[in-house]
Design a protein around this ligand. Structure first.
Ligand SMILES: Nc1ncnc2c1ncn2[C@@H]1O[C@H](COP(=O)(O)OP(=O)(O)OP(=O)(O)O)[C@@H](O)[C@H]1O
Length: 250
């Protein structure tokens, strides 16, 4: 097997006496779309933050493209990386196109070229050129999400992270966003890691699924095996039953 894009071994992270990650082992192959699911507060965001070096793990190793990244993601990796944050995280004081082209401008691309790239990225997520000169506050929540997705893809990254990409969207717009993510992952040939509660996202975006519970990945497998799995954690997650191994009191 070729070197995985992301490789995590024995990752542990506690807050005070409470372990959140309790020995995570995970490989994400290049060009693969992995979706991580799990109940609220199970540590999905903490795992993502540790992988990116935004948070320091207590133990374990992280390798990105075969390079040790335990103390933080290498610059070379971050340059090829795009992220859609849960809340969108657009800069209010910048027009949409400058938000979308932020990285490109930062890297010294001439403004007219960067603007053209931003407009193309906006078009890829179904937003017209008219939106380019508006400010984030002038957009609806769904449009902001799409603009944030345009920003994540504008620099044509080879690794993409999506944190709750459909949270707060109506089901139709959620489908649009899921389709866009899948299209971008396929079009860019990118490696993608998505965190979600949304089963539709799992179905539309995942090649492989990992279920986080009690600090560990309880189940990982191809998306085709997810819905037919007889693992009680997976079954409870899919049916949304309150009774089962996943406690509802957290
Ligand atoms: N900086 C922090 N300090 C203390 N505790 C934290 C910190 N960040 C996260 N936690 C705790 O870690 C646990 C996991 O949080 P995390 O945000 O990773 O959950 P999640 O699975 O992403 O949840 P959700 O699906 O609700 O967003 C929670 O109990 C949370 O309170």
């Amino acid at each position: 097997m070729s070197t995985p894009a992301i490789s995590v071994r024995g990752l542990r992270k506690s807050f005070g006496a409470t372990p959140v990650l309790d020995g995570i082992d995970l490989d994400v192959a290049r060009g693969e779309s992995l979706v991580i699911v799990g109940g609220s507060g199970t540590g999905k965001s903490v795992l993502l933050r540790c992988i990116l070096g935004l948070m320091r793990a207590d133990a374990g190793t992280i390798r990105l493209d075969g390079q040790d990244a335990t103390g933080g993601a290498p610059e070379a990796f971050l340059r090829r990386f795009g992220m859609l944050f849960q809340g969108g995280a657009l800069f209010d004081s910048l027009p949409v196109w400058r938000n979308v082209a932020f990285r490109l401008l930062h890297d010294g691309m001439p403004p007219n070229e960067a603007r053209a790239r931003a407009v193309a990225a906006l078009a890829a997520v179904g937003l017209s050129g008219r939106v380019a000169d508006l400010y984030p506050a002038e957009l609806s929540g769904g449009m902001q999400k799409r603009a944030a997705l345009a920003r994540a893809i504008a620099a044509r990254p080879s690794v993409l992270f999506f944190d709750e990409p459909t949270a707060g969207l109506d089901p139709i717009l959620a489908t649009v966003i899921n389709r866009l993510i899948r299209e971008q992952v396929t079009a860019l040939g990118a490696t993608a890691v998505t965190i979600t509660h949304d089963l539709t996202t799992v179905r539309m975006v995942a090649d492989r699924v990992a279920l986080l519970h009690d600090g560990r990945l309880r189940w990982t497998g191809p998306v085709s095996a997810f819905e037919t799995s007889d693992d009680p954690h997976v079954a409870q997650f899919i049916t949304g039953r309150a009774d089962g191994p996943i406690a509802t009191l957290r």
